[in-house]
Write a protein that binds this ligand. Structure first.
Ligand SMILES: CC(C)(COP(=O)(O)OP(=O)(O)OC[C@H]1O[C@@H](n2cnc3c(N)ncnc32)[C@H](O)[C@@H]1OP(=O)(O)O)[C@@H](O)C(=O)NCCC(=O)NCCS
Length: 160
């Protein structure tokens, strides 16, 4: 969808990984050290992937994993600092929530450290705080060989 020079895409193939890495280095404290190779794997295994562009400049991004019916989880929501406060974050999330893979999902989850106010505006609520648990998986990752790490999830998706 094009609207002036700002446009929104839900096509995985539109993602420019170099620009994505730059946007996250600039604006996402939780994703400073992600490599291009790991980003490629994450994008290939996420659906939908939503991007916002100012002409050919990537200015917004989010992605989700969904079973299309019961559960979905939203990840990595970012608007470029120069473009915040104009409704683009809302547009990003609403586009994702309207996507066919998310539209009829019973529960849509997300985790946020500082932006609770933003998500409350979009209709998200605080669940029972004791429901979330987290495994920091570094021990298992460290135990993988370098090639196992590089190939994880690539074979079935035929990523070159
Ligand atoms: C969070 C973020 C995506 C919001 O993007 P944005 O384009 O500035 O948001 P919008 O302009 O669409 O705001 C939508 C509404 O939320 C409100 N809002 C935005 N950020 C808010 C906040 N931190 N607290 C309370 N309300 C907020 C806006 O005022 C607006 O309200 P309105 O519809 O009543 O006018 C953006 O600030 C960002 O990229 N932050 C850094 C990365 C980050 O922390 N991402 C979240 C990770 S989970």
């Amino acid at each position: 969808m094009k609207c002036g020079q700002i446009w929104v895409s839900d096509r995985q193939s539109d993602v420019d990984i170099q620009q994505l890495q730059g946007l996250f280095k600039l604006a996402a404290f939780w994703a400073q050290n992600r490599s291009i190779e790991d980003w490629e794997i994450a994008i290939a295994n996420s659906d939908p992937v939503i991007t916002i562009w100012d002409d050919d400049r990537l200015i917004g991004f989010t992605r989700a994993n969904s079973d299309c019916v019961f559960r979905a989880t939203i990840w990595d929501v970012v608007i470029h600092p120069d473009y915040r406060g104009q409704g683009l974050g809302r547009k990003l999330i609403e586009t994702l929530l309207d996507h066919p893979r998310i539209r009829r999902v019973e529960r849509v989850y997300l985790m946020t450290t500082y932006q609770q106010g933003f998500y409350l505006k979009l209709g998200f609520e605080f669940p029972n705080p004791s429901t979330a648990m987290l495994l920091y998986n570094q021990r298992r990752i460290n135990a993988l060989s370098k090639s196992d790490r590089a190939n994880v999830c690539k074979n079935s998706l035929k990523i070159e």
